[in-house]
Design a protein around this ligand. Sequence first.
Ligand SMILES: Nc1nc2c(c(=O)[nH]1)N[C@H]1C(S)=C(S)[C@@H](COP(=O)(O)OP(=O)(O)OC[C@H]3O[C@@H](n4cnc5c(=O)[nH]c(N)nc54)[C@H](O)[C@@H]3O)O[C@H]1N2
Ligand SMILES: Nc1nc2c(c(=O)[nH]1)N[C@H]1C(S)=C(S)[C@@H](COP(=O)(O)OP(=O)(O)OC[C@H]3O[C@@H](n4cnc5c(=O)[nH]c(N)nc54)[C@H](O)[C@@H]3O)O[C@H]1N2
Ligand code: SF4
Ligand SMILES: [Mo]
Length: 724
Amino acid sequence: MAASSNTRNLLRTCPLCEAVCGLQITLDQDDHVVAVRGDREDPFSRGFLCPKGASLGQLDEDPDRVTEPLILDRATGLRRTATWDEAFTLIAERIPAIAAEHGSQATAVYLGNPNAHTVAGALYAPALIRALGTKNLFSASTADQMPKQLASGLLFGDPLAVAVPDLDRTGYLLMLGANPLESNGSVCTAPDFPGRLEALRERGGRLVVVDPRRTRTAEIADEHLFIRPGSDAYLLFGIVQTLFAEELVEVTVPVNGLDEVRAAAAEFTPAAVQRRTGIPAETVVRLARELAAAPNAVVYARIGTCTAEFGTLTQWLVDVLNVLTGNLDTPGGAMFATGAALGIVRSKPFRPGRWRSRVRELPEAMGEIPVATLADEITTPGDGQIRALVTVAGNPVLSAPNGPRLDSAFAGLEFMVSVDRYVNETTRHADVILPPPRTLQSPHYDFALLQFAVRNYTRYSRPLVPLGDRPSESEVVARLAAAVSGQPHGPEALAALDEFVIAGMLHRAGLDERRPELQGLTSTEQRIDLMLRLGPYGAWNGGTLELNTLLEQPHGIDLGPLRPRLPDILRTASKRVELAPPELLADTERLRAALTAAAPDVVLIGRRHLRSNNSWMHNLPRLVSGTNRCTLHIHPDDVARLGLGEHAVVKSAAGAVTVPLEPTEAIMPGVVSLPHGWGHGGSDQGVAREHAGVSANILTDDSVLDVPSGNAVFNGVPVSLTPV
Ligand SMILES: Nc1nc2c(c(=O)[nH]1)N[C@H]1C(S)=C(S)[C@@H](COP(=O)(O)OP(=O)(O)OC[C@H]3O[C@@H](n4cnc5c(=O)[nH]c(N)nc54)[C@H](O)[C@@H]3O)O[C@H]1N2
Ligand SMILES: Nc1nc2c(c(=O)[nH]1)N[C@H]1C(S)=C(S)[C@@H](COP(=O)(O)OP(=O)(O)OC[C@H]3O[C@@H](n4cnc5c(=O)[nH]c(N)nc54)[C@H](O)[C@@H]3O)O[C@H]1N2
Ligand code: SF4
Ligand SMILES: [Mo]
């Protein structure tokens, strides 16, 4: 549709999930969104759009969102609006004082998921962490993909070197614990994931889905295998064992540790693991043969297998299998993307566990401490107890295990700041809430997600709507960083920080004198320009890309299919893939011990729905309308066996909830599923409150972790069910 005289069509990347779809947004003369369509000329997303992307306009101007800084009066529990100066001045009074009295370890940061989708999160949150000078860094990563990053760090020497399935060229995809028909894909950036799976099948390829539920993705697969929650490492070990036993191993990349892997797998024969997984031994043997025989094949596993008791072992075995079948770093196998913007250049091999958390002595990974121990660090007295917390784009009360414990821990903080667009279950505890502007007022570049893309691609979007007199989110976070470290925290803090970063990058590249050549309207854009120029395709690195190239091609630029990256991408000391890292071999003991453990009668897992996104899209009537989504999926046999009615009380070691049941044969007997991100009873969001639901993280247990990564365990939680 052409824009009428009163409207205009603009282009922007969708920031709502990892699929990075190009959008064409129609705005009226007052900058309100009239329509959102998929951008057909985007070479990567080719017009794909999902219901969330279509709702971007309503989300952007949700009447319940926060538009001005809010300051909480703790005595009355009331919030008042404040000016930006007032808000930053209060922060500058409080946080440096707490750090001066109790040390910088008394401060902490929690970064939530949308930081992976904002320029502010990518470019300015690191400055905030540095400014606080604390090792108390927590994020949604330890409730999500940390096991994958830890395994990649140990295998390849770099936790950012994550191999993704080469979806468009593979002939065989074994997918575990992912449901891209609802999620649109994760740690595998692939707009129109459903269409790409369809294309795989159309070209004669095979899709096998392993999931305790027959999901929408399982429905379109050639084969679906039900698996007992938390047992994927056993299944993958069974396949590894078969490959060795049948001499099907064919390694095509330089590796160390092959013999150690063979020895570790020896006892996990398909027959030995079948009781634990529920998958017959002959199926495991067949999967091994199929993976070995396919001209190209790839194993991909996601959140269902990460947020589980053996998350890191599972993620490790995924790439072990990709290596053993000759499918790592080859077209149609598991490959590494080449993002256009210069990322973090690691010189030394990745090493986890450089320090431990204070209370539970959990190892750090990538500078982070597990979010599952955030409540411990706030509530346990002593030197280094967290007294001040900054959250940016996160809702850990609903997203972290044992959320109610965090809820009361946050209430006991001396001072809390949240950068967020809503007053929600987490930010209601904040002394100061600093809102980001509208999404359409923010620039967009996918620094992280394009490193995990199934095709090399780049796209930059300028803000579509002017900021007016309010700060960008980048400025908010830059000023916050200044305020917490006692620096001048006016608007000039943003350019000052950018100049500092740009000068450092230019200096390291030996290009100091080229500062005047950087382009862009803002200092943020000049940083992006520099990252593009120094990146793998960059004008200052033998290529042609710079910000202007991207501005001239607003639909995005296709940079071609994934290319082999080994050995350059390796940061291991040996410059080989370290197939048998000692940390992971050690953890196989835990797996071995659990092989014969008694299985709980019923276990809980999660699930996602296309119209929902974690905890923060439940305030849009068009996304929450229709049937209640916060129901417990349960097999009808279990309903009968346990004598349940329409509702049940679900109890775990951590807590109990009452939920409506949704009996379905699409879930295994002995497994129940509840989506997370609900439980908005105390929310300030009117629509979300009407569709409150209950939080799955009342049931999840913060004392149970994936040991190597410290990642939260959301799947395979033992529960009992009783009638209401
Ligand atoms: N039981 C269970 N728990 C889970 C999961 C599960 O599968 N099961 N999944 C886990 C996973 S994978 C994740 S990633 C985490 C997510 O954990 P979190 O990131 O803590 O939670 P979200 O619900 O994504 O909250 C995002 C917050 O960012 C705010 N926000 C949205 N856009 C912006 C923006 O542009 N700027 C700013 N400043 N704020 C913004 C929203 O209002 C909301 O408060 O949850 C985890 N928790
Ligand atoms: N619509 C929508 N899209 C989203 C999100 C959302 O909330 N809603 N969240 C975004 C985020 S933050 C993330 S991280 C991604 C996640 O993206 P995905 O990884 O695709 O997430 P899910 O759709 O939850 O699919 C996980 C699947 O794992 C299965 N599962 C549970 N336990 C096990 C197990 O032990 N073994 C196996 N093999 N399977 C298991 C579940 O039944 C479920 O079908 O989605 C992103 N996209
Ligand atoms: S799939 Fe993800 S990126 Fe694409 S329109 Fe939907 S929410 Fe946006
Ligand atoms: Mo996530």
